[in-house]
Design a protein around this ligand. Sequence first.
Ligand SMILES: C[S@@+](CC[C@H](N)C(=O)[O-])C[C@H]1O[C@@H](n2cnc3c(N)ncnc32)[C@H](O)[C@@H]1O
Length: 264
Amino acid sequence: MTPSDDIEPELEYDDDMIAVLEAVWGAGFLSPGGTDEVDRILDGMDLTGLSAIDIGCGLGGATLHIAGNYGVSGIIGIDIEDNLIEACETLSARMNLQEKASFRLVEPGPLPFDDDSLDMVFSKDSIIHIADKHTLAKDIFRCLKPGGWLSASDWLAGYSGDPSPQMKAYVSAEGLDFGLASAEVYKAALEEAGFVDVRITDRNAWYREEARRELENLAGALHEELESTVGKQFLDRQVDVWRKMIVVLDQGELRPTHLRARKP
Ligand SMILES: C[S@@+](CC[C@H](N)C(=O)[O-])C[C@H]1O[C@@H](n2cnc3c(N)ncnc32)[C@H](O)[C@@H]1O
């Protein structure tokens, strides 16, 4: 036994965080917009009979929505936190979707899939946690079959130089491992990897409104509901994160965005 064997790895998305995020964003989701937003990310795509993965599947809400509603041959959700993979498997069993959806705990780094093996790579608001967009774009390109698609959403930076003090305050309040990059960086990474038909759709205006409704709920009805589970101090910190997030959404420095690209 090494000295570190009995130390639990620190989870970014622990039970309290999950309880708050699911209460605000809906069962199965660690990101905003729920299944409607998943449908908007996939707007116009025919996934019948296709194989897909979901990078950073979280609690599995998006993966299982795709598994149950898009006629895919199969979808594999991957994530780096084992508590989340367990939650995905529980939800999948409850929804009776085990034949279409499976989940895999992975290490950060290269995707554990063969070259030219996937029809679609999906991801919702998880690529923000992967700092090197160029390496990731090349790896996604490698795994896709010719003609395959990347269809994703992510939280992008609306600046290219230094963030404002308000942005720094927001990122620090989140306390999550964020690797924010601008739309220019994403576009360059995708095109340099070989992708064509790169489409970047800004969702800042939508989320600015949505985040205000979320804050009202979090500071009001949900505060009372969640206090006994996660405690007042933790909830107050989350309310503070939301307030700081709305400032940077309004300043245009935080830009939820849809991404689409095709491997020729
Ligand atoms: C904001 S959550 C989004 C989860 C889910 N896609 C959703 O929309 O509810 C980001 C997720 O990315 C996962 N993640 C972070 N780094 C990752 C990596 N290198 N590979 C795969 N997943 C990762 C986190 O554990 C977390 O579940």
